[in-house]
Structures are given as C-alpha cells and as structure tokens.
Design a binder for this molecule. Structure first.
Ligand SMILES: NC(=O)c1ccc[n+]([C@@H]2O[C@H](COP(=O)([O-])OP(=O)(O)OC[C@H]3O[C@@H](n4cnc5c(N)ncnc54)[C@H](OP(=O)(O)O)[C@@H]3O)[C@@H](O)[C@H]2O)c1
Length: 275
C-alpha cells in the first residue's frame, strides 16, 4: 500500500517515494542512447504509484525533463512533477526564462514543485524568490522549494517569501549520510517543511561492503531487500520523502515494496552502527 504524505503545509498529499531521474537522459550532458527505455521506465513508475518525479533543468542538459514530458503524455494530471532551476539562473529574468524552458521541455503548462537547486550567495535570495512568487501567482508553478539549503539559508528563504510558503528542502540523506540529523532535520520538523531525501541509496554505496552485510541481515528478517530497508528507514519519519533513481523497471516495484516494511528498535540500532 502506497503511503502518501502531506507536502509542507499544503494539505496536498504525494507518495512518500518518488522517482529520481539524474542519469536518465544523461548526467551533465545529453545522452539520447537509452531514450526508449527511460520513457518506458518513467511511465511504468507513474502507472505503479511512483507518480512523483524529480528532475532538474541541468539533468542531461535538459534532456531528463524532455523524457519526463514524453513519458507522462496523457497522464499529466496524475503526476506530481518536481524540477529545479540552476543557481546560475537565479537572477529575476533568468528564473522566469528557465521556468518557461522547463515547461516547454516537460510539455506542460505548470510545474508542481519548483526548487532552487543550490544556494547562490552571489544573487540576493529576495530577487530569486520574487521571481518564484511571480511564477506561482501566474500559475506556472504550484509550490516553491529549495535544495541543499542550510538551516540559516532556509530561514532566510522563508523570510523573503511574502505570499507563499516554502514547502520543502531537498537534501542528501541516507543510512550512510546523516549530516542533516544534526540540525536541519529538526528545524524542518518544527517548521513543517518537507525533507526530500536525495541519493537515498547513497548512489549505490549501500549495496557494497559492511553496509550491505548489515542491511542484508535486517532485510532477511523482513523478507525484504537491501534497497527496501534503506528506503523504509528514511520514510519512517513523517516529514521525509525519498527519491531513489533507477533505470530498471523491476527496481521500481522493489522501491514500492518498501512501504510494507516496519523496522523495529533492533533494526534501527543496527543501522545506527553503520555511521
Ligand atoms: N538536489 C540535488 O542536489 C540532488 C543531488 C543528487 C541527486 N538528486 C536527486 O536524487 C535522485 C536519487 O539520487 P542518486 O541518483 O544520486 O542516487 P541513489 O538513488 O541513491 O542511487 C542510484 C543508484 O543506485 C542504483 N540502484 C538503484 N536500485 C538498486 C538496487 N536495488 N540494487 C542495486 N543498485 C541499485 C542505480 O542503478 P540503476 O539505475 O542501474 O538501477 C543508481 O546507480 C537523483 O536521481 C536526483 O533526482 C538531487
């Protein structure tokens, strides 16, 4: 059974596990060699309840967004699309231009969640957020989020928004990368800002070495897999969403199986022993 969670304070619920797309359509450059497979994969994910897709204007130099747009043809209303504007485009006019270009590539008239990909200290956050609020008012984006923002940067971003709330912060979080637990996670819980955990499988590192052995032991107990344990661990926190990436259909079904796993205190202690 799919778990839906409220995004920020929006009253809108989206799946706790969405699909990451960095690498579908290329990394820093466009790669069209696996377009057919990538489109099928994204559509398969949407049809099986992973209808929250994370992409960015920089992924595959725009090609990831094009693949998402192609994959969700005829399904737009069923999909929650999160994309990102790059820090080099944080000037007011550039934000508007980037958004229009993303809309074109995604073949849609609106983006559900528009995120600032990284902080850019050389552009005043007021200017960037003014453009984000204009886009929201104009109906081109529904919600405003950030990514890779510290507590201080998150507070500043919230402060300069006048009519809209900041709904999410997308940051690295996994059984191996727990830096956000020091400060940011607690702040987001208090402020009701959703945390979207990126690289939730530690870019594949959880499948290797000691981590893999420890997670396999827990997985065996739950009749589950290593990936499912890692994702279940993340989404047990009510404010955390996870966006694993895969290029394989069978792994989409594996990700969805994570919803069934309830980790106990012994499992959590074992996972704590990894860091
Ligand atoms: N905001 C940011 O700055 C930022 C930064 C990084 C990532 N992100 C977002 O977060 C998403 C996910 O992060 P990520 O792509 O860095 O890493 P990830 O989801 O932690 O790991 C993806 C890697 O794990 C492999 N994998 C997936 N399931 C597996 C399984 N069951 N067994 C073995 N290997 C498996 C994938 O290979 P296959 O493809 O072969 O399955 C892929 O190489 C990105 O796609 C992107 O949307 C955002």
């Amino acid at each position: 059974m799919i778990i839906y969670k409220e995004l920020g304070r929006t009253k809108e619920k989206i799946p706790a596990i969405g699909l990451g797309t960095y690498g579908l359509g290329g990394y820093s450059f466009t790669d069209k060699s696996s377009d057919k497979e990538a489109i099928e994969l994204i559509r398969f994910a949407v049809e099986h309840g992973m209808n929250f897709i994370d992409t960015a204007e920089m992924y595959g130099a725009g090609h990831s967004e094009e693949l998402v747009g192609e994959a969700i043809k005829g399904l737009r209303e069923k999909v929650f699309i999160a994309t990102k504007v790059s820090p080099s485009h944080f000037r007011y006019d550039d934000v508007i231009r980037s958004c229009d270009a993303s809309l074109k590539r995604l073949k849609t008239s609106y983006i559900d969640l528009y995120q600032l990909h990284w902080p850019n200290p050389s552009v005043p956050i007021q200017e960037t957020m003014k453009a984000m609020e204009f886009l929201a008012k104009d109906g081109k984006i529904r919600y405003i989020g950030v990514s890779n923002f510290s507590v201080e940067e998150t507070i500043e971003a919230q402060k300069v928004l006048s009519k809209y709330e900041l709904v999410s912060n997308q940051v690295e979080y996994s059984v191996l990368e727990r830096e956000i637990e020091k400060e940011l996670l607690g702040y987001c819980e208090k402020a009701k800002i959703s945390v979207i955990a990126y690289s939730p499988l530690a870019r594949g590192a959880i499948f290797r070495g000691k981590t893999s052995n420890v997670l396999a032991k827990i997985a065996e107990k739950h009749d589950a897999t290593i990936a499912q344990v890692a994702l279940a661990w993340l989404i047990r926190n009510p404010i955390v969403f996870a966006i694993p990436k895969t290029s394989k259909k069978e792994r989409v079904l594996e990700f969805i199986g994570s919803y069934e796993i309830n980790l106990d205190l012994k499992d959590l202690a074992l996972i704590d022993s990894l860091v």
